[in-house]
Design a protein around this ligand. Structure first.
Ligand SMILES: Nc1ncnc2c1ncn2[C@@H]1O[C@H](COP(=O)(O)OP(=O)(O)OP(=O)(O)O)[C@@H](O)[C@H]1O
Ligand SMILES: [Mg+2]
Length: 210
């Protein structure tokens, strides 16, 4: 039987450096000749990308309710997991995810204060027990991350939340790091070369220990 691929996820607040981290992971996998695809959430399939636009931009003259945002995130995730991630893994291809379920726990559960019980219930309905094999969480002070994100361009609907929102989001991230061995914390306040070096070291160790 084919050895299943591994699902590696990058997590963190706005401007933590997730997109940059994905490049460091790709470099390691390419060096080892490991086949992979990369995705982002919300998004990654045509339907999920359409849902992403609603979540990120909203709609003129209509407020996105918190529970609507939650369900849109999970609708996008269910579509991505079923049509892309699971089939890839089953066929031995690794998947690099720019965000996954932990983002919802943190942003909708913490930031929006919907709470862990609600999040766990909806996760179960949407994707069951599906979990990443390894998560790299890029930890950063919200103000520093947002200042980096701002330099890159206009802030979207979620990026425009106040600092308290991101403090609550970060708290859930840190709580989950403490609870789960499959989540590694990386200090994302380091410079880009240092962050990339930390990611590369973790990945090499992970790949070599399979
Ligand atoms: N360690 C770092 N030090 C300084 N600047 C950084 C660092 N990492 C990334 N940046 C810069 O900060 C900006 C945001 O980085 P990036 O897009 O990788 O973050 P992100 O986590 O993907 O953000 P988003 O959540 O908005 O997708 C970019 O302009 C990037 O070049
Ligand atoms: Mg990004």
């Amino acid at each position: 039987m084919m050895t299943p691929g591994k699902f590696i996820v990058i997590e963190g607040l706005e401007g933590a450096g997730k997109s940059s981290a994905v490049s460091a992971i790709k470099t390691v996998l390419n060096h080892r000749d490991i086949p992979f695809i990369s995705t982002r959430e919300p998004g990654g399939t045509p339907i999920a990308e359409a849902l992403r636009d609603i979540v990120k931009q909203g709609m003129a003259n209509e407020h996105v309710c918190d529970s609507t945002e939650l369900l849109l995130m999970y609708a996008a995730r269910a579509q991505l997991v079923e049509t892309l991630i699971r089939p890839a893994l089953a066929n031995g291809t690794w998947v690099i995810g720019d965000r996954h379920d932990l983002s919802s726990l943190a942003y909708q559960g913490g930031g929006r204060e919907l709470g862990m019980a609600k999040l766990k219930a909806i996760k179960q309905i949407a994707i069951g027990d599906f979990e990443p094999d390894l998560t790299l969480y890029l930890d950063i002070e919200p103000s520093l991350g947002l200042s980096r994100a701002r330099q890159r361009g206009e802030l979207d609907r979620i990026e425009q939340q106040d600092l308290n929102f991101f403090e609550r989001t970060r708290e859930v991230y840190l709580q989950q790091v403490a609870e789960k061995e499959s989540i590694m914390l990386i200090d994302a306040s380091q410079n880009m070369a240092q962050v990339a070096a930390s990611i590369t070291a973790i990945l090499i160790q992970y790949v070599d220990n399979i």
